[in-house]
Write a protein that binds this ligand. Structure first.
Ligand code: SAM
Length: 281
C-alpha cells in the first residue's frame, strides 16, 4: 500500500458525539504504554485515527452495534478499492431530489457494497451527519442543505483501510467486545450520552438506544476491567448520576463543543467528563 501523508488520516463519516474537538485533551490523558487498544463504541473512529497517526497503535479491537457502520468499516478494511470505485460511480448529487432518491434506494436494498457507498453519501449530505432510523428500521434523516459537503477522497479511504489492517472489527455490544481485554491493554469507552434534556430529540444512534440500565452496565464493566489491570478511559456527560457511578475513579470536567444538538443552530459549549482508572504520568 502506498505511504500516505498524515492529512489523509481522518474520519470518513461525521458522527454524533464525534470526538474531534476533544482529541488534544483525550490524547493528553491516555496511558504512556499499552498493549491492545479497544474501542467498543467506535462511531467515526476519531481517537483511533489520531492514536494511529501518533504511532500508538499496535493491535486493536473496535466495534459498534450499528450494523451499517460495521459493514462499511469491514469493506474499507478488506476491499477499499471496490468501495472507491462504487463511490466514483454514484450518480447522486447535492440536491434534495437526489438525496431522497438515494435514501429510498438505501432503504430498499441489502447489497453491502451499495449500502456502504450510499451510507457515505447520506452521511455527508444529510442533516448534521446523523444516523437515525424509524421504528421499521428505515433511515429517515432529512436533507442537510450544505453548500459543498464533499465526499471522502480515495486517499482518505486508503488511509483508514491501512489503520483497519491492525484491527479486529466487531458488530457487538460493548461487554462482548472487551471480554478478552487483559492486564496492560487499554479500553476507551465513548458511549451514547444520556440526553441532557427531554427536548434532545436527536439522540438515538440505533433504534435500540442506550438507557440508564446500559450506563449502569457500562460502569460495572469499567470496574471489572479496572480490577483486571486494564487501563480504562471513558467520555461521558457531566451529570450527577454519571458522577455517582464513577465516584471511585478519576473524574475530570472538560469543555466540549457539542456538534449535534436538538436545534441545529444551538451549538453550545458544555462540560463533559473524562473518567480514568489510572493517574496521568
Ligand atoms: C458517542 S458515539 C461514538 C463516537 C465516536 N467516539 C466518534 O468519535 O465518532 C457512540 C456509538 O456507540 C454505538 N452504540 C450504541 N449502543 C451500543 C452498545 N450497546 N455497544 C456498542 N456500541 C453501541 C452507537 O452506534 C454509536 O456509534
Amino acid at each position: 500500500m502506498e505511504s500516505l501523508a498524515n492529512e489523509y488520516y481522518k474520519p470518513i463519516l461525521k458522527w454524533a458525539g464525534g470526538k474531534r474537538q476533544l482529541l488534544p485533551i483525550l490524547i493528553r490523558h491516555i496511558p504512556d504504554k499499552f498493549n491492545t487498544y479497544y474501542e467498543p463504541f467506535i462511531g467515526g473512529a476519531a481517537l483511533l485515527i489520531s492514536l494511529y497517526s501518533l504511532n500508538k497503535i499496535g493491535e486493536c479491537v473496535i466495534s459498534d452495534t450499528n450494523e451499517d457502520l460495521y459493514l462499511l468499516y469491514k469493506i474499507i478494511k478488506e476491499n477499499p478499492q471496490q468501495l472507491i470505485d462504487k463511490l466514483a460511480n454514484l450518480e447522486f448529487r447535492n440536491n434534495k431530489d437526489d438525496y431522497y432518491n438515494a435514501r429510498e434506494l438505501f432503504n430498499s436494498i441489502t447489497d453491502p457494497w451499495k449500502r456502504s457507498a450510499l451510507l457515505i453519501y447520506l452521511n455527508r449530505h444529510g442533516y448534521n451527519g446523523l444516523y437515525r432510523v424509524n421504528s421499521r428500521n428505515k433511515f429517515n434523516v432529512p436533507f442537510g442543505k450544505y453548500n459543498n459537503p464533499g465526499m471522502p477522497s480515495p486517499r482518505n479511504i486508503m488511509a483508514l483501510s491501512k489503520i483497519f489492517q491492525s484491527c479486529t472489527i466487531m458488530n457487538s455490544d460493548f461487554e462482548v467486545t472487551v471480554k478478552n481485554a487483559k492486564k496492560g491493554d487499554f479500553v476507551y469507552f465513548d458511549p451514547p450520552y444520556i440526553p441532557l434534556s427531554k427536548t434532545s430529540y436527536f439522540t438515538g444512534y440505533t433504534n435500540s438506544g442506550f438507557d440508564e440500565k446500559d450506563q449502569e452496565r457500562l460502569a460495572k464493566s469499567f470496574r471489572e476491567l479496572s480490577n483486571k489491570g486494564v487501563y480504562v478511559m471513558e467520555s461521558n456527560s457531566n451529570t450527577d448520576p454519571i458522577k455517582e457511578l464513577y465516584k471511585d475513579f478519576n473524574v475530570l470536567e472538560v469543555e466540549a463543543r457539542r456538534n449535534i444538538n436538538s436545534v441545529g443552530t444551538k451549538r453550545n459549549s458544555i462540560k463533559e467528563l473524562i473518567i480514568t482508572n489510572y493517574s496521568d504520568a
